[in-house]
Design a protein around this ligand. Structure first.
Ligand code: ZN
Ligand code: ZN
Length: 476
C-alpha cells in the first residue's frame, strides 16, 4: 500500500497554503482538502456500507432499489438536503442462472463464460455450431453477408492495461457491437474474449447492443485463460492436413423482464446563493449482478459524497453542490438519459463524474482551458500538490453527465489511474478488499479541492462554448 503524504508533509502543505498569494486557492479550501487526504472516512464508509449491506445491484431490479434506499438514508444521515429518488422507466434484462460453454470437438472440454447484458437466451440444452475466429471487430465487419449462417462468432482482441484506460476504446467494441454485427451476418451466437486485462478465470460481463430490426442472439464473454485456450485450439486445428472445425455448445438463460422502474438518487449541499447554477457531481449506483461493484461504482459514489461534505465543512459554499447517483448506467445509461430529459432546462455550472475505480487521480482535464484559462490554471495548480498533472486533453465527462453534454456545459475529468481497473471491471473480483484506503483518500482530497473552488466561483465556469473533443468512451 502506498501513502501520499506524511503528517510532516501535510503540515508543510498547510503552511504553504496559508502563505498563498493572490489568485491562489483560499487557505481554508486547501486546508479542507489536506484534512480529507489525512483522515477522510466518508468515502470508505459509503463504499463499505453499500457493498456489505446491499451487494450486487443489477439495474432495474429489487436489489438496485435497495441500493437507492441505502444511499438516500446515508445522504440524509450525513446532512444532505433535498434527498430524493427521481424514478424512470426502463427495459430490464436479467442474467438467469445458466451459463455453460463446451468445446465439443476436436478438443472437448468446458469453458467458463457469462452472458453479456442484452444477450438472448439459447433454447434449453443450448445451441451448437462451428466457431469462427475473428481477431477483432474490424475482421468481423469484413466477413461476407450470410457467411456466419448457423455458426458462432468468436471475437478476440489484444487489450493491454494502460494508465489512461485507453485500450478500452480499442477492445471494447468486441463487446459493445460484436454480437449485433455477427447477428446481421447470420450467426446463431457470439462469444468474445472478455474485455479485461486479468488472468483469473473470471469472465468480464458488460452490455452489448443489437441494431434496430436485428433480433438479439445469445452473447457471452469467456475468461481470458479460456479465450487463450480456444485460440491455441484454432492454431492447432489449422495445422496439418486440412482444417478441422472447432465446435462450441453454448447455453444461457437470461431474460427480459419488460418495463420496470429504476431511479436517480439526488441530494444537495445547498449554497448561499441557490439561484446560481449548481455544481453537479455524478456516479452510478447500479452494478452488474456478478459483483458488489466496489470499484464500479460504489467507490465513485463514496468519493463524490465525501467531497461534497468536506468542501462545505465549516462554511456554506456559494453555489449548491448536487450529487447525482444515477440508476441503471450499466445496461444502457437509462438514468443519465432520464436525468437529462427531466433537467435539461435547469442550467448546471459544471459537471464531474467518478466512475473509474478508486486508484489515485493523476491527471486534470477540463473543456474550458482556452475559454476560462484563469480558472483552469487555478484548479490545476491547486491539485498539483496531490500529484495530479495538468493536461491539454479536453474533458468529455462521465457516462451519467448527459445533461451537461446536452446543455453544452462545463466538464472536468479527474482521471484515475486505470492500470488495475480492467483486471476487476465487471468481474466477481470487484470487491471491497481491492480498494486501497490511501488512494481512496487521495481521490477525496483532489475532489474536495476542485469542488471547493468550483462551488465558491462567482463567475460562469465555462465562459464560452465547450472545446472540441473526441467522443467519450463510456464505462459500461
Ligand atoms: Zn461504471
Ligand atoms: Zn461498469
Amino acid at each position: 500500500m502506498k501513502t501520499f503524504a506524511s503528517p510532516l508533509a501535510l503540515a508543510a502543505l498547510a503552511l504553504a497554503s496559508a502563505t498563498a498569494h493572490a489568485g491562489d486557492v483560499p487557505p481554508a479550501l486547501g486546508q479542507r482538502a489536506d484534512t480529507a487526504l489525512e483522515e477522510d472516512r466518508h468515502a470508505w464508509d459509503f463504499t463499505e456500507g453499500l457493498t456489505t449491506e446491499v451487494g450486487p445491484r443489477q439495474a432495474g431490479t429489487e436489489a438496485e432499489a435497495r441500493g437507492r434506499e441505502w444511499a438516500m438514508a446515508w445522504l440524509r444521515e450525513h446532512g444532505f438536503a433535498n434527498v430524493a429518488s427521481e424514478p424512470f422507466a426502463m427495459e430490464t434484462w436479467v442474467p438467469g442462472d445458466i451459463a455453460r460453454a463446451r468445446i465439443t470437438q476436436p478438443f472437448a472440454q468446458d469453458l467458463v463464460v457469462l452472458p453479456l447484458g442484452n444477450s438472448a437466451a439459447t433454447p434449453e440444452g443450448g445451441v451448437e455450431g462451428e466457431l469462427v475466429h475473428f481477431r477483432n471487430v474490424d475482421e468481423l465487419r469484413a466477413a461476407p453477408a450470410g457467411s456466419l449462417e448457423g455458426k458462432i462468432a468468436y471475437i478476440s482482441h489484444a487489450m493491454r492495461p494502460a494508465q489512461d484506460g485507453s485500450h478500452y476504446g480499442f477492445a471494447g467494441p468486441a463487446r459493445w457491437v460484436g454480437a449485433g454485427i455477427a447477428a446481421q451476418k447470420g450467426a446463431i451466437a457470439t462469444v468474445i474474449k472478455s474485455v479485461g486485462t486479468d488472468y483469473h478465470r473470471n469472465p468480464h460481463t458488460g452490455g452489448t447492443t443489437f441494431p434496430d430490426g436485428i433480433a438479439p442472439i445469445p452473447a457471452a464473454a469467456m475468461s481470458l485463460p479460456d479465450a487463450d485456450n480456444v485460440e491455441r485450439m484454432f492454431a492447432r486445428a489449422a495445422d496439418g492436413d486440412g482444417r478441422r472445425a472447432i465446435r462450441l455448445r453454448l447455453e444461457l438463460n437470461p431474460r427480459e423482464l419488460g418495463e420496470t422502474t429504476s431511479g436517480n438518487v439526488v441530494g444537495e449541499i445547498v449554497g448561499r446563493n441557490p439561484g446560481l447554477p449548481p455544481v453537479l457531481l455524478a456516479c452510478h449506483i447500479d452494478s452488474w449482478w456478478n459483483s458488489p461493484g466496489a470499484f464500479d461504482d460504489a467507490a465513485g459514489c463514496g468519493i463524490i459524497a465525501a467531497a461534497a461534505l468536506h468542501a462545505s465543512r465549516d462554511e456554506q459554499p456559494l453555489r449548491t453542490i448536487r450529487v447525482l447517483m444515477a440508476g441503471a448506467e450499466e445496461t444502457g445509461l437509462w438514468g443519465s438519459k432520464a436525468y437529462s430529459a427531466a433537467h435539461l432546462d435547469e442550467p448546471i455550472a459544471v459537471g464531474l463524474e467518478s466512475d473509474f475505480g478508486a486508484d489515485r487521480i493523476w491527471r486534470f482535464e477540463s473543456n474550458f482551458r482556452g475559454t476560462n484559462a484563469d480558472l483552469h490554471a487555478r484548479l490545476a495548480k491547486a491539485v498539483a500538490r496531490f500529484g495530479v498533472a495538468d493536461s491539454p486533453v479536453v474533458a468529455t465527462g462521465g457516462a451519467d453527465l448527459d445533461v451537461v453534454r446536452d446543455q453544452k456545459g462545463a466538464l472536468i475529468d479527474l482521471q484515475q489511474d486505470g492500470l488495475r481497473y480492467f483486471d476487476l471491471h465487471h468481474t466477481p473480483d470487484d470487491t471491497l478488499d481491492k480498494i486501497d484506503p490511501a488512494q481512496l483518500r487521495q481521490n477525496v482530497a483532489v475532489w474536495t479541492q476542485v469542488v471547493g473552488i468550483l462551488a465558491n466561483e462567482p463567475r460562469a465556469i465555462l465562459n464560452g462554448s465547450p472545446e472540441p473533443s473526441a467522443p467519450p468512451v463510456m464505462d459500461r
